[in-house]
Design a protein around this ligand. Structure first.
Ligand code: UDP
Length: 250
């Protein structure tokens, strides 16, 4: 964002973007629930060229005990990017960006998890980005919601998330890396379909009020589609489990 992009055209004469999408079109998304045996809940998401794995543990007793909250569970999220997830090798371990993303995803999820049902415990969410091409915080949050549901953790609803922004003066949905780098704005949105709440909203760059309204509406409409994919992933997982149980009994 904000890098001068002399000569780089992000939208062509036909109004299509560098990967051929229309302004309000999502990249292809595939979600799988329950992909890890050891974790209490898990999910894997492929979203365009992003590949992200999420494992969830808990609610489990929080250690050290002085960090326990007697009124509710503590939601602890760690977003991590593998060294091989980006073109220039990423230095392993936490940095400013991953600490920020861990914090905003954890805080978004605290809005939907019934934390008061599990005092003194922690719910741990590990988001591992294996390949990145912009929008990883939204893809990570989308997958983390599915992993939490897969762990059987009671929630108000899932959170669906997507990024919207502005490139070459146009409001567009679900930015790829070039659009993120050379565009005018990037606005990640996390939306709770059942309540209509927005639980994640950030803005890098500038938008007028009218542009922001248009971007927000575009993002919310896309979140409703992503929500259907999340529910579908969970249904497929439970059909698979039910089939395995029936086969075992027979
Ligand atoms: N990125 C990178 N190296 C880094 C961090 C980010 O190449 O150390 C890339 C990666 O493709 C990422 C994109 O920049 O998805 C945009 O990063 P941003 O901070 O906007 O977060 P995101 O869009 O992934 O939520």
């Amino acid at each position: 964002m904000g890098i001068k992009k002399e000569g780089i055209k992000l939208i062509n004469e036909d109004g299509l973007r560098i990967d051929g999408r229309k302004p309000d079109e999502l990249r292809p998304i595939k979600i799988e629930a329950g992909v890890l045996k050891r974790a209490d809940g898990s999910a894997y998401i492929e979203w365009g060229k992003n590949k992200i794995l999420v494992g969830v543990y808990g609610p489990r007793e929080l250690h050290p005990r002085h960090l326990q909250d007697p009124t509710k569970a503590k939601v602890q999220c760690r977003y991590d990017m593998a060294s091989f997830s980006v073109i220039d090798r990423k230095r392993p371990g936490p940095d400013r960006r991953s600490i920020e993303i861990s914090k905003i995803i954890g805080e978004a999820l605290e809005n939907v998890i019934f934390t008061h049902q599990f005092p003194r415990t922690s719910i741990d969410i590990y988001i591992e980005v294996l390949e990145a091409n912009a929008g990883t915080r939204c893809a990570g949050l989308t997958a983390a919601s599915v992993a939490l549901a897969d762990a059987g953790i009671p929630m108000k609803d899932l959170i669906a998330a997507v990024s919207v922004g502005k490139v070459d003066g146009e409001i567009v949905l679900d930015l790829v890396k070039e659009e993120d780098n050379y565009g005018e704005a990037d606005v990640p949105i996390g939306y709770v379909p059942r309540t209509g709440e927005v639980v994640l909203l950030q803005m890098d760059g500038d938008l007028s009020y009218e542009e922001f309204e248009k971007a927000l509406n575009m993002g919310i409409e896309a979140c409703k589609k992503i929500y259907e994919m999340q529910k579908d992933a969970l249904k497929r997982k439970y059909v698979k489990v039910a089939t395995e149980i029936v086969e075992e009994v027979e």
